[in-house]
Write a protein that binds this ligand. Sequence first.
Ligand code: X2X
Length: 338
Amino acid sequence: MSMISRRGFVRGAALATMGALGGMPMRAGAAEFTWKLANNLPVTHPTNVRMQEAVAKILEETAGKVDVRIFPNNQLGGDTDMLSQLRSGGIEMFTLSGNILSTLSKPTSLCGVGYAFPDYKRVWEAVDGDLGRHLRGIIGKLGLHALDKMWDNGFRQITSGTHPINVPEDLKGFKIRVPVSPQWTSLFKALGASPTSINFNEVYSALQTKIVDGQENAIQLIEIAKLYEVQKYVSITNHMWDGWFFLVNGRAWARLPPKLQEIVARHFDAAALRQRDDLVKLNVTAEEKLRKAGLVFNRTEPAKFRAVLSSAGYYKDWKAIYGPEAWALLEKYSGPLA
Ligand code: X2X
């Protein structure tokens, strides 16, 4: 045991678990493409469950040629780390929020504009439509390939260990963890909070040790990642919708023959649609579970928060960064933003 690093050990154990869920028997022969697929989510998150199903189907339909191994739960590092590994080719596939990908290219955070999408209907119209096509085009120029379907992370809510967020004034000086992303930092600064960029793998301990007072995420993830153990309040703000792009290293993707590309894309895109359905259902049950765990919920009025953002110049500034054409594309789905 002393010879095995903790990371290696955990990784091996997780592989056995994930493998047991999927197509282990097919793995006897040598695959032509053995790829790593990494993410930042617990094994029980629908993203990992649906990915595992897709991986098994891909192995079967390619007669063992494409063997994708899933590394869940930040086993290969935090998002920033995994993104570098994706670019260098150390990881072939990785799911990442467009807002975090924007550390490479600001325009990829377009969907993350605060209080943009009113509901899921508009979100899916946008990211499965022209807006998504536009973003995948930008991603293609970064040496990465994005599969057609985005995976849902959900509408985000603020949790706190100190006080509930009822009105924008409650955010004054509030120390909030945000993912590593200019869009997120700018949003919470404009709302008067004190945002700190921290990757998801360090969020639980940052809350536990009170480096920050709160964080924001969709309620199903607050439940699945057990953040209720270190938080007291959930304020329903729906301040942002977030989703993951399914990213592939561009050189790896180009090496895959078109027939295999088609099989891989078809199964992961179908899995993404199932994952979206799972999350809608989980959002309902997650609230009940969080209430039972003792968290106190409150609802907020989006118009009040939007007004603060407008007067802080937030929408004007981001419109200038994205440019009028991209902004018009967003407003086509979100409605006017000012
Ligand atoms: O880092 C987060 O908060 C998470 C898990 O929601 C993302 O992937 C953006």
